[in-house]
Design a protein around this ligand. Structure first.
Ligand code: ZN
Ligand code: ZN
Ligand code: ZN
Length: 254
């Protein structure tokens, strides 16, 4: 299984428009963060986690050309707005792409993207051809791949992280129950959100994400959904062993 982190930035991305802070003006490529998403190749298929606002740019930058299915964590715009650009893939390969998420996530997306149901537009393939598949908090399969949803709280909103084999991806969490944490035993890689140093009402900060990592004990933990408060090299050098800041393009072969 191959995983590429396509984006590791919080909702406004880094650099932030109009900001002159150290991270926003940094020349380190690891301080340039597109919005969060992950690309996974496994069992002969391509599964994306979220279609970030920067989806088009991410596909081009990583020279990627195809997606078979998308797992959605939740409906916030930084995670879904790139969905329209699946159109180029559904046109090119003349296929439908499966979209998976909680009922709430998909209901919200059906409002945001209501034009994808227009029969005339579907006929001319001028909308992304997608099939909505609502999932519950229980294991399911896409072809041969087993996927375990992991329910987390994002402020008051219930959202999903996902485990596939020995890899798990949790973004936009601010709390996770002991029961859900049990689903994360024996991981090689955990990607988890850590917004910034200061606390935030709807996201783990760095310290809280480190605490989760200590409980889960994956071989490697990478922090994502980072703001411009996080200057990569400066903060990365202070992190506990086995934990690190993620950056755009970080790849895992599992
Ligand atoms: Zn987000
Ligand atoms: Zn800044
Ligand atoms: Zn969110």
């Amino acid at each position: 299984m191959k995983v590429i982190l396509l984006g590791t930035g919080t909702s406004q991305g880094v650099p932030v428009i109009g900001c002159n802070c150290e991270a926003c003006t940094s020349s380190n490529p690891k301080d340039k963060r597109l919005r969060t998403s992950a690309y996974i190749e496994t069992d002969g298929q391509i599964i994306l986690i979220d279609t970030s606002i920067d989806f088009r740019q991410q596909m081009l930058k990583n020279k990627l050309t195809d997606v078979d299915n998308v797992l959605y964590t939740h409906h916030h715009v930084d995670h879904i707005y790139g969905m329209d650009d699946l159109r180029m893939i559904t046109q090119k390969y003349d296929k439908f792409i499966g979209l998976y998420g909680s009922e709430k996530t998909l209901d919200e997306m059906k409002i945001t993207f209501r034009y994808v149901f227009d029969e005339q537009l579907i006929k001319y393939k001028s909308v992304p051809l997608v099939k909505f598949n609502a999932i519950k908090n229980e294991k399911f399969r896409i072809n041969k791949t087993e996927i375990t949803p992991v329910e987390c709280m994002h402020g008051n909103l219930k959202i999903f992280g996902y485990r596939i084999n020995n890899f798990a991806y949790l973004t936009d969490c601010s709390a996770i129950s002991d029961e859900e944490l049990k689903k994360l035993e024996g991981l090689k890689v955990l990607v988890i959100n850590a917004l910034r140093i200061r606390p935030h009402p709807t996201h783990f900060n760095l310290q809280q994400a480190i605490e989760i990592s200590k409980r889960v004990k994956p071989k490697r933990t990478c922090f994502t959904h980072l703001t411009h408060d996080i200057l990569h090299d400066k903060i990365n050098s202070t992190l506990p062993k086995g934990t690190e800041l993620a950056y755009d393009g970080l790849e895992f072969n599992l």
